[in-house]
Design a protein around this ligand. Structure first.
Ligand SMILES: [Zn+2]
Length: 470
């Protein structure tokens, strides 16, 4: 009898203690944002990795223990943009289209989790494959009523005190869109004690001499100050995985860190309805996540890796009207250049060979498209290409039609369309869609990211997983 009395409270106390046992906290936090990366973008890259490349590792983050999904709508539109969605992911608040880090009617600033991490003693890095002043990275350090005020956005970098920024560069560092007498972003940076470099080894030297904040811009950037598309990247060009690895080296410290990594050109390729380029950029993004996974394996109870997207772009589907139930992902492997690069190649080919025949143009295209070799064109496709050739070679125009993030011409536009149609890829939009986006989590606090989420839940849960105050 006495024994039982003693035993019951003991169970109760140990249960209570069990409940109060401190949960592992995320000292090291990675937030990966695939811009425009819907579930189909991930799945297409997975299918391609598996069936064309026999890459069994494929898109590793799809095997994270927690997989969920998030809604993305903005305060004033069901189909969001990167500014409103980036702000939701960085601050936990909905805002209006094109707004960065402000509330919907621009009367108040919103508080980014990156700032929260910095102010609570963690180091912070913001990385992207596009320019550092673009909407998604900007949402983690800036406040602006218009996402295209690139110079004003970049100036906020110098108020952030974040430790490391890495990207393809700046879009308007000399304020050419505004007051041309402005002090350049580079000068302002120096005045504020920030160091600029385009060399990864120079980043190491700057860390060694105790540089306050380092801003790395890739050498040999692609148009619009971005990293090269993965499909166009040469071995000497910097990848998203390279800058992720460097960021870990720069911000790793006993108090922990927050690293945001954006795969920004998945969106750009999807705006171009360019399936092969999407696949390669999702794979590059996945390789950057793998770098974080290497770190996680060394600190599994103290690291959280979250992978998500800001919105879906293109209305991508696996399967289309012309192929019905068949898809042929191997056709995508015939494409050796992005639509953007193909356009430039065609412009140069026309400049050097203004009298080129239709057959000469087809032979020129073959190494980049597989046309006439791995892809046999139908008579309708050949006729359509001949028409595009006549439009391009009979016109005096050297530049082409503007798309959201690049330029195109009737030939490159049609070539990419033919490849996608034959591969069985469908596109319903050249813009974003309101589709929910995937969420994958591994590590300390992973269980917080289920069930279905809204994008505004994500930063709140990250802060909770990290044991910081909101
Ligand atoms: Zn977009």
């Amino acid at each position: 009898m006495r024994l039982r009395f003693f035993f019951i409270p003991l169970i109760a106390i140990s249960l209570l203690l069990g409940c109060q046992a401190p949960k592992p906290q995320a000292k090291y936090v990675f937030l990966f944002i695939g811009d425009g990366m819907g579930s189909s973008h991930v799945n297409l890259a997975q299918i391609y990795s598996d069936s064309v490349l026999s890459d069994t590792a494929g898109i590793n983050f799809t095997r994270f223990p927690v997989a969920s999904s998030s809604t993305t709508f903005a305060a004033n539109r069901y189909v969001t943009c990167s500014a409103a969605a980036g702000t939701a992911l960085s601050t936990g608040s909905k805002t209006s289209i094109n707004t960065i880090g402000l509330n919907a009617n621009h009367t108040d600033t919103l508080y980014s989790i990156a700032k929260r991490f910095k102010e609570q003693g963690r180091k912070v890095a913001v990385l992207t494959s596009v320019s550092i002043d673009h909407a998604t990275p900007a949402a983690f350090y800036a406040h602006a009523g218009s996402r295209s005020s690139y110079y004003d956005i970049a100036r906020f970098i110098f108020k952030s005190n974040y430790d490391f920024f890495a990207s393809g560069g700046f879009l308007d560092p000399f304020n050419e869109k505004g007051d041309s007498n402005s002090v350049s972003i580079y000068e302002l940076g120096k005045i504020n004690g920030y160091s600029f470099t385009s060399s990864l080894s120079a980043v190491d030297s700057l860390v060694q001499v105790g540089a306050k904040s380092i801003i790395y811009s890739a050498p040999n950037p692609a148009p619009s100050s971005t990293l090269q598309y993965e499909i166009d990247r040469t071995t000497s060009d910097i990848s998203l995985a390279d800058i992720t690895r460097k960021a870990i080296e720069v911000v790793n410290n006993p108090n922990g860190f927050f690293i945001m990594v954006e795969g920004g050109k998945i969106d750009w390729a999807a705006h171009d309805n360019d399936g092969a380029t999407v696949v390669h950029d999702v794979r590059a993004f996945s390789k950057a996540v793998d770098v974080a996974v290497e770190f996680y394996k060394k600190h599994p109870t103290e690291t959280l890796i979250l992978v998500t997207a800001d919105h879906e772009t293109g209305g991508l589907s696996i399967g289309n009207r012309s192929n019905k139930y068949d898809i042929h992902p191997q056709i995508l492997s015939s494409q050796k250049a992005s639509k953007e690069r193909l356009h430039k190649l065609i412009v140069d080919f026309k400049a050097n060979n203004p009298k080129a025949s239709f057959d000469e143009m087809l032979s020129f295209l073959e190494p980049y498209t597989g046309f006439g070799k791995s892809i046999t064109l139908s008579s309708d496709e050949t006729a359509a290409l001949r028409k595009a050739y006549e439009e391009v070679f009979r016109s005096k125009k050297t530049s082409g039609e503007k798309t959201t993030y690049s330029e195109t011409d009737p030939i490159s536009k049609l070539v990419i369309q033919i490849i996608n149609e034959n591969a069985g890829i469908g596109w319903t939009s050249g813009s974003h869609t309101g589709e929910p986006v995937p969420v994958y989590a591994i590590g300390a606090g992973q269980e917080l990211f289920i069930p279905l989420l809204d994008n505004t839940d994500i930063p709140k849960k990250i802060v909770k997983a990290a044991g910081l105050s909101w």
